[in-house]
Write a protein that binds this ligand. Structure first.
Ligand SMILES: [Zn+2]
Length: 133
């Protein structure tokens, strides 16, 4: 992911991280990882956790191996669209919608399916590029 957060967003990310660390209603596992890594968790599932550093680096932490690696583009979008629900300012890191993009029919452009599951077709963006054929 090549997009870098603006100075303003970097400051927000620092603040959100501090709030996250102090919030007892967040999961203890996630807070410990956030404390150790200095990154704000955006998306977690049974396999791991995707978190963003204030400098914009997005890393995936695996629970089982305790290893981390740079998150691929697809999962970065999923993590950011999830993070946007809580922190709409993260939108600046998402790919901009292009003129050729179509509204996502799977989720009718909302980005999520029932029970706020992220739409797998558009990764939560609500739009996608036309299928290349
Ligand atoms: Zn969709």
């Amino acid at each position: 992911m090549s997009r870098r957060p603006s100075e303003r967003l970097r400051r927000y990310l620092q603040q959100w991280l501090e709030q996250f660390l102090l919030n007892p209603s967040e999961s203890a596992d996630q807070r410990q990882l956030a404390r150790e890594s200095g990154a704000l968790p955006l998306y977690g599932d049974l396999g791991g956790l995707i978190a963003i550093h204030p400098d914009g680096t997005v890393l995936t932490y695996e629970w089982e191996t305790s290893r981390s690696e740079v998150t691929d583009e697809r999962w970065t979008v999923v993590a950011l669209t999830n993070g946007c629900r809580k922190h709409p300012e993260l939108r600046e890191l998402l790919p901009p919608r292009t003129a050729s993009a179509l509204d996502c029919a799977t989720c009718t452009g909302t980005g999520s399916l029932a029970h706020s599951v992220t739409c797998g077709t558009c990764l939560g963006l609500g739009w996608h590029e036309p299928e290349a054929d």
